[in-house]
Design a protein around this ligand. Structure first.
Ligand code: HEM
Length: 145
């Protein structure tokens, strides 16, 4: 899977005055709420091949083999986790580096194994977000033992 916890939407807005969408010609009236279809974009195989299969090298440059962070911090129509446009998250590089650091600390210091029957934890929805079921159990062991 591309990422295990997937917000269905990213960003959100409220139309204050009539807004015509150039792409469709449709006009959104004041009071319309909108958001970005992050989940659809991130799980679209045209954007990311085999989106439901974990690929640790997904964001690596195939030529050099080096991790290319631009793929995860550059807002685009296919990468919406940090929003897009002028209001895109200004801390996306910081947030990505913090996430990477925490992830590495966890996998270096602990042996982790999910306690699930079929290898995939149940997914639950809360508002517009997908989460791993909070009751999912996990075996955790210090890697130094
Ligand atoms: C993985 C972690 C994070 C995610 C997924 C995330 C995602 C987002 C998203 C989707 C938006 C809205 C963009 C829009 O409206 O188009 C946003 C806005 C914002 N984020 Fe983050 N964010 C993260 C971490 C952070 C951190 C660590 C900070 C501060 C240190 C931060 C500061 C902000 C600020 C100030 C805005 C408002 C920008 C504006 O309205 O102009 N974010 N973020």
């Amino acid at each position: 899977m591309l990422i295990t916890v997937i917000p269905a939407v990213a960003s959100g807005g409220l139309v204050e005055k009539p807004l015509q969408l150039r792409s469709t010609g449709r006009t959104l009236s004041p009071g319309t709420k909108f958001s970005l279809p992050a989940q659809q974009a991130h799980l679209d195989p045209d954007n990311y091949p085999n989106p439901n299969v974990f690929d640790g090298y997904r964001f690596c440059d195939p030529q050099s083999g080096a991790c290319d962070i631009r793929g995860t911090i550059t807002p685009s129509a296919k990468w919406l986790i940090f929003g897009i446009g002028t209001s895109a998250c200004p801390a996306r590089l910081l947030a990505t580096r913090i996430s990477q650091t925490l992830f590495v600390k966890v996998i270096r210091n602990y042996d982790l194994r999910l306690k699930v029957e079929d290898g995939q934890p149940e997914v639950v929805y809360s508002a517009a977000n997908m989460f791993v079921n909070f009751n999912t159990k996990m075996y955790v062991k210090s890697a130094s033992i």
